[in-house]
Design a protein around this ligand. Sequence first.
Ligand SMILES: [Zn+2]
Length: 600
Amino acid sequence: MKEESIKLPLREEIPEKLTWDLTLIFKNDGECEKELKNIDTQIAEVATYKGLLSKSDSAFLEALKTILKFERRMERLFVYANLKNDQDTSNKYYQGLIARARQLYAKVGASVSWFEPELLELPADRLEEYLVQNTELAKYRHLIEKITSQRKHILSMKEEELLAGATDIFSTAENFFGVLNNSDLKFPEVRDAQNNLIQLSHGNYGKLLENPQRSVRQAAFEGMYHVYQQFQSTFALSLSSHVHTHNFLAQKRHYTDARSASLAKNEIPVSVYDTLVERVHHHLSLLHRYVALRKKILKIDQVHMYDLYTPITKVPSKIYSYEESQKIAVKALNILGDDYTAKVKEAFKSRWIDVVENKGKRSGAYSSGMYDTAPYILLNWQNNLESLFTLVHEMGHSMHSYASNTNQDYHYSDYSIFVAEIASTTNENLLTQYLLDNTSDPQLKAYILNHYLDGFKGTVFRQTQFAEFEQWIHEQDAGQKALTAKEMNEYYMSLNEHYYGSDIFNDPEIAFEWERIPHFYYDFYVYQYATGFAAASALAQKIITQGPKDYLAFLRAGSSDFPIEIIKKAGVDMTKEAYLDSAFDLFEKRLSELEALVLN
Ligand SMILES: [Zn+2]
């Protein structure tokens, strides 16, 4: 690990053509500093509109436009500071710049915070009058209605004040979990494949579970969960307290339950959640078949929980250079049409991408930008197939942003978290299909098929399992039933047995897995990973068989409507089961192909 980081080049040694061009946002740091100062002094303007929303439709419109103007300027500045900081996190100047940008962001947030409560005080018929009279204001109808749709869940001014004042108290359990899990827990030393003792950590646990040597995987697994076993009552108290907070707030705000409260933010019907769980249950035999295939390939008597992540196909030795990968990406995405690939090429040519690793650069990969900037991509290129998949994934996000930015007004240009992973995963699916169609090498084929199946297992099956657990703990608490470690362990274990089937040995340690999943503190978040992945599988199939027209309309839609309606534009109705069944069909098809390849 250390040796590798010594070899990394410094930021200034990276050839310019492999770095992103942030001068497209601000010519230089001085321009950014100037804008920071300007926003800081000019933001006072927003307060001059306070109390005027009930005066006239034009005053309302001016207030809204002014607020959006400042949010937009702030966002642009923040993107610049953030990307500069991420390209070399050891750079002191940019550390300071991002810290100041964050402070200013908070100031802008506080300066505009009066708007929503004042809007909600405006009588509904008066607001409707405004929207009918003023055609300019009508362009913001959906944005305004997103706020007012929560009206019946807003409490009296006094109650709202009381709740707002207790915000940090409501986050106590989550903060407590974070400190316990990330800094206080100490994991044991375990033996790696070379028989060296290494310190087990959250960071290396995933890699150790992939280790081809079974004893390494087992040691990591047992080492990790024996620690969680010791702290099970503490974790149970922390999670149940957090769940109780969700239930308390949902009840006080007159929602049926915490799940409805969370989904209401984006008007997602709970049937989307229920249909997901129901269809995953219906197709669990496919996961069992996949476990059975693992057992055969790994040539083991019994699959343990620590055998689920080690690769069952050989990693291709072929080198995927960045240059060649750009060409493959364009060919794989060609099915989306000339306009789409023209933009992909522009992203390459106009330096929207920060390609290679350097000392201090943020790890991983992402797509980031806003209405007035290019949709930039950060990569840490590694010359392998995984990097190609990452490139195509992030390109999916960036092209989604580009299409929404260029076809929507600023206030509808961002897209909801519910649809965020759809465009990226659809691109990965298109790449998968392209690679399968264009290789005759059985080893590479097997790797690509398993790449898809593993992704599906980890996203659709596993996240739905989490979603079910999350719903159950909320129901237990709402029904005033016991929710200690004992109940959580038992329920988690039964869920695990049900999901993985009879070919797996349910190691007793897996009962503690819920303890270490931060997402259980995110308020009904995880199901979106599963719905997004399944929708992307269905969409890629639709694109391949029926062309990209509807899909491209979805990319252009931004947040101009509620997410369920926007995905309908692409021809997928997520309140129904068909898109899920279509995703499972694809999983089954690729599973059969892999079985045929490796079992003969
Ligand atoms: Zn993504």
